[in-house]
Design a protein around this ligand. Structure first.
Ligand code: NAP
Length: 286
């Protein structure tokens, strides 16, 4: 393996330590602690683990946690009412509706009820619009985590050829927009892209956010490229990414492992967004 590993676990830990320091200074300056409200509908075990992780992370950095759990049969009015209440609650700086919601609820429509100034997941249309216009705002956590990994490794983005495989609202599209804001030349690929391999081979920075184990082959990676694998796929061999890691690592200069690459960054960026939201509400620009 020629590539250096990007240690997302260590970088996430650095970001969390910085947020803890900044929260302490914020409180020291006389402000109330930032607050993060999580809303989980139903008892999906994986979602419960994610929400638990987010609440625990809040406690570790001095962010106050508000952990709302609703029955699996809670209706739209009930969930919407809670989201509006949290929007009005001055102790709450950030609101997160854990997705996916149970099938009888429209998670996308409910997300739109979140006060945009508290949208720490960066998923409301207002946040998406601010990102599209490259204006200050709350950015989706996983894409922001990808940029943070690149930044901490001083990966030059200005003028670089960046290829993003995946165009979801959650990852592909926002990561492409963030790369564009960094002045990369960005190509977005998806399931209808012709000759995906050839497009990937052009990339100085290759981002895979697909959800298909090992889709990106080693020989799709240009010599010396930086490879960021957002994919998390559960297989009989355990958790694997969207990139065929070993052969890709032979050609890449820098590469993220799965697990331990992008994954840990999501919560770290959520914590940072919560502090940013608290500051913005107090009149400090993000
Ligand atoms: P998604 O909504 O399912 O989107 C997948 C994207 O991949 C779509 O744009 C799809 O194209 C494209 N695609 C599917 N098959 C393809 C193929 N054969 N060739 C080229 N493109 C193809 O998934 P997502 O939410 O963006 O998540 C992507 C991956 O990231 C998943 O493994 C997910 O678990 C992981 N993830 C990780 C984190 C984290 O690390 N914290 C957070 C979020 C997601 P079309 O648009 O044409 O269908």
């Amino acid at each position: 393996m020629a590539a250096e590993l990007i240690d997302g676990k260590a970088i996430a830990q650095e970001v969390r330590a910085e947020v803890a320091r900044d929260v302490a200074a914020w409180v020291e300056a006389g402000h109330p602690a930032p607050g993060l409200a999580t809303v989980l509908v139903g008892d999906d075990p994986a979602s419960a683990v994610y929400v638990g992780g987010k609440q625990k992370a809040c406690a570790e950095v001095g962010i106050e946690g508000f952990d709302h759990r609703l029955d699996a049969d809670a209706d739209e009015a009930h969930v919407g009412g809670l989201l509006r209440e949290l929007g009005d609650d001055p102790r709450v700086s950030g609101i997160l509706l854990q997705l996916p919601t149970p099938p009888h609820l429209d998670g996308g429509a409910l997300t739109e009820l979140i006060d945009p100034s508290k949208d720490v997941d960066g998923l409301t249309p207002i946040s998406a619009g601010l990102l599209a216009k490259n204006r200050p705002g709350l950015r989706p956590c996983t894409p922001a985590g990808v940029i943070e990994l690149l930044r901490r490794h001083d990966v030059p983005l200005e003028g670089a050829e960046a290829v993003v495989v995946g165009r979801s609202d959650l990852v592909g599209k926002p990561v492409a927009q963030l790369l564009l804001a960094e002045h990369a030349t960005v190509t977005i690929c998806h399931s209808r892209t012709k000759d995906l391999a050839a497009v990937c081979r052009r990339a100085d920075v290759l981002i895979a956010a697909v959800g298909r184990p090992g889709l990106v082959q080693g020989d799709w990676v240009k010599e010396g490229a930086v490879v960021i694998d957002v994919g998390i796929n559960r297989t009989e061999h355990g958790l694997v990414g969207d990139v065929d890691f070993e052969p890709a690592a032979v050609r890449a200069r820098l590469i993220t492992p799965v697990p331990g690459g992008v994954g840990p960054m999501t919560i770290a960026m959520l914590l940072r967004n919560t502090l940013t939201a608290a500051r913005a509400r107090a009149g400090e620009l993000a």
